[in-house]
Design a protein around this ligand. Sequence first.
Ligand SMILES: [Zn+2]
Length: 405
Amino acid sequence: MGSSLHRRLILVWTGVVALALGGCGITGESGYSEANSTFDSMNFLFVAFTVGWVFCLGATIGSFLNVVVYRMPAGLSLNHPPSRCPKCETPIRLRDNIPVLGWLILRGRCRACREPISPRYPLVEASTGLIFLLLATVEVFAGGWNLPFQARYSDQTLVWLMWETPWDLIGTCLFHAWAMTLLFGAALMAVDGHETPAGLWRWGIGVGLIVSLFGEHLHPIGFLNPRPEWVYGISLTLAEFVLGQTPVRLTIELAGVIDAVIGLTVGMVIGFTARAVVGGRDRFGLPFAAAIVGLTFGWQFIMATILLAGLIEVALKTATRMIPVLVSIPAIAAFATAALVQLVLWDWSTMQFWWPDYRGWAMLTTWGVPELLSLIASAGLGLLLFAAAARVKIRNIPSETASVA
Ligand SMILES: [Zn+2]
């Protein structure tokens, strides 16, 4: 499944949503003043198209993610050969490659050889679509509801997006969707028993650092919050050194890169420690996931995520032990889930004194060393939970069935 097909699909959907927006805009201008019912139906159309488009965009990226997960660990090119059936190698037509629908229409079989195609492909596509929809809902449609210091709590209908497009929120949402897609991909590779390939590391860290140059708002919580003056001093000196002149905007953008680098470093330390305590087959992808989460959301975020991930991991391992039908999933999947939950509840969680966010447990004390210690305690507790979960013995279902028989 080559990427040129995906590019064409994304173009088609962008065209559809542009037409829909144009149509809504035209009917809206005449309808808004005339009657509320016209406005309501326009709003409904707009919501339906926007929601559908976001899901389709995510599903198409999920379809490409299937290609990356299959080809990248094997060292194959992502572009060549184009999409084809893994069994008979017949190229897949554009209409059969439509995410989720293509699989359903073909009833899960190749059009040429009728060999079954794994339901994992449409499931990954649908899940990526839903992740995009979830992030777009909280970060764009709801006016950045989950983002600390950025929430706009729009009480308007979704149509406000058309008159007052929040490009900064859309940028933040795309940045976060990129990070979550990487975590999902790395988790799928871990399920297949592969280490996160160097290519994914390069893309994740490279794109993350470059994107961090484009706006401080991409990092709502600075590595110190609020960002102290000397951070701007350092970034100004750096910018002057590189550019030979005094920029105004770039100094603020560089502050975002400093946040990203510190988050990345702390993420790597946490990730490699988690990998060491988990061991075995579960260790794949943990350092990558922690590095990407630290880079994207900041170092404080990772301290809270590792604790939540440890709790999820213990719950999952216990459930897998007690309910024999469940199969074990790699630790990185628990980590990615924790990061998604923490992201959706980010703003809310920073207000809770009992949650170790950038202000959380520290509300018990004052800003400074005690806060730092509480965050380290949180990460330590998370790692301990990971170590405990790794010691939970999972029943080996096939051999046990055999011994009963
Ligand atoms: Zn085939």
